[in-house]
Design a protein around this ligand. Structure first.
Ligand SMILES: Cc1ncc(COP(=O)(O)O)c(C=O)c1O
Length: 457
């Protein structure tokens, strides 16, 4: 390590707190460049981005100049314009006109935010406000799923089901009025059923929970259309149409948390489009601007918008920032112009086929599934009884670290904090076949070297 690098890393460790890393530490790498689907550190080491970092760098790293030009133009023209007191900018209006074309029909009213946690948090506040204004103030509870992730703010943490208290236990009590329903996860059904003979009991259970709590107390149900942080776990196809019906029947607002799944990640503009389901609200972040700039939003349908008409809602200083809107407008233009979502369908199918043909037969792979480029690979010690490796063995961290050493950035979950051990494969939506192949080749060699001999070896 050069003296300069050592000094910079020491300063970083002393002064910058890194998330999901013990305070006072860093990982020992400084990044300063990128290209294609590759991140480059100051030593010139290259890392294929098999996770789009936090499943957010949707366009990869080849569009930087085009996006920079859009941002620069806006910065020179009007660098900031508040959306308080009814004020607005032409850039925000232009962006919103384009955004409407991406949304499921009817979800064409928006509150803009600075990221995913702010979006989910706001969706809870709007749900409560909606019912208050309807004269049903007793409807305040929010139902979410056990394996969910909804963000870092207090409400979002209270709705989050994953982590086994790992992050929240330090700052309990959480927000009252948040309750959990069993999540969809057919391989490890919380209700001990088998798909499809189960009759989708996880969805049916939501109805029982609403009835038990009293539908006059429930404001909303929120779920990710495919679990992301828990390890890319897709629902059975019946799940979302069923929960839509249950929410309608019991007057409960349905919120889709599409922060990770939205904007093409699963091959459709929104993941709920796979089942033609129209939620009442959609929480957005990440892919809305491919992480070029902090941005997010909540989409509302006509019913919620009408119910909120006339209400005063507090926003944040940067909500609807014109530079973010200019960047996001260019990102959406590129999604359309370069047919990015079709690439996700093609590359998702290709990756899943390779994974199923070459990886699934390995003795330590339990299942492989997912939609588009959001694929989960279940790691087990024993295929027959689905037992996972003991988290104390640190196998999942070893997989992540070995992959990194070999030039592949990948996300993993670990039974210590997640429902199971999974590797998540989520490269940029722009990835081509050669890049996917290169990533999967590295992953195969890492998995076989950490977890055991190659099949037939
Ligand atoms: C489904 C979901 N909701 C909310 C969030 C929080 O978004 P952010 O980290 O932008 O606050 C995330 C982040 O991973 C997410 O995956």
């Amino acid at each position: 390590m050069t003296v300069d690098k050592e000094k910079l890393l020491q300063f970083d460790a002393d002064h910058i707190v890194h998330w999901v890393m013990p305070v006072g530490e860093n990982a020992g790498h400084i990044f300063n460049d990128c290209k294609g689907v590759t991140l480059i550190d100051t030593d010139g080491n290259e890392y294929l981005d098999g996770s789009s970092q936090l499943v957010c760098v949707s366009l990869g790293y080849d569009y930087n100049d085009e996006i920079a030009a859009a941002a620069a133009e806006q910065l020179k023209k009007l660098p900031y314009m508040t959306t308080f007191w009814g004020l607005t900018s032409d850039t925000l209006i232009n962006f919103t006109e384009r955004l409407v074309k991406f949304m499921p029909d009817g979800l064409d009213h928006f509150c803009f935010t600075n990221g995913g946690s702010e979006s989910t948090e706001l969706s809870f506040q709007l749900a409560r406000l909606y019912w208050k204004r309807k004269g049903s103030g007793s409807k305040y509870k929010i139902i979410s799923l056990h394996n969910s992730y909804h963000g870092t703010s207090f409400g979002a943490t209270s709705a989050t089901g994953i982590f086994k208290g790992m992050f929240s236990s330090g700052y309990v009590p959480l927000v009252p009025g948040f309750i959990k329903a069993p999540s969809y996860y057919c391989y490890r059904c919380m209700l001990d059923r088998e798909y499809p003979s189960c009759g989708i009991q996880c969805a049916a259970h939501l109805e029982k929970l609403i009835e038990t709590e009293g539908s006059d107390t429930i404001a909303a149900f929120i779920a990710e259309p495919e679990h992301g942080t828990a390890g890319d776990i897709p629902p059975p196809p019946e799940y979302w149409p069923m929960v839509r019906e249950i929410c309608d029947k019991h007057d409960v607002l349905l919120i889709a948390d599409e922060v990770m799944t939205g904007f093409g990640r699963t091959g459709m503009a929104f993941c709920v489009d796979h089942w033609d389901v129209k939620p009442d609200m959609i929480a957005m972040g990440k892919g809305i601007c491919s992480s070029f700039i902090p941005f997010g939003g909540v989409a509302l349908n006509e019913k919620v918008h009408e119910g909120l008409k006339g209400a005063l809602i507090p926003g944040a200083t940067y909500s609807g920032h014109p530079v973010a809107a200019a960047v996001a407008n260019k990102v959406l233009e590129i999604y359309e112009r370069d047919n990015i979502f079709q690439n996700v369908v093609n590359m998702g199918e290709y990756a899943l086929k390779r994974l199923n043909e070459e990886f699934l037969e390995l003795p330590f792979i339990g299942e492989i599934n997912g939609l588009g480029l959001m694929i989960g690979i279940e790691i087990v010690e024993d295929k027959a009884n689905k037992k996972g490796f003991d988290p104390a063995l640190g196998k999942m961290n070893e997989i992540r670290e070995k992959a990194f050493e070999k030039g592949l950035l990948i996300r993993v979950t670990d039974e210590g904090w997640a429902p199971s051990n999974r590797v998540s494969f989520g490269p940029p939506l722009t990835s081509n076949k050669e890049q996917i192949d290169e990533m999967l080749d590295i992953l195969y060699s890492v998995l076989t070297s950490v977890l055991g001999a190659e099949i037939n070896a």
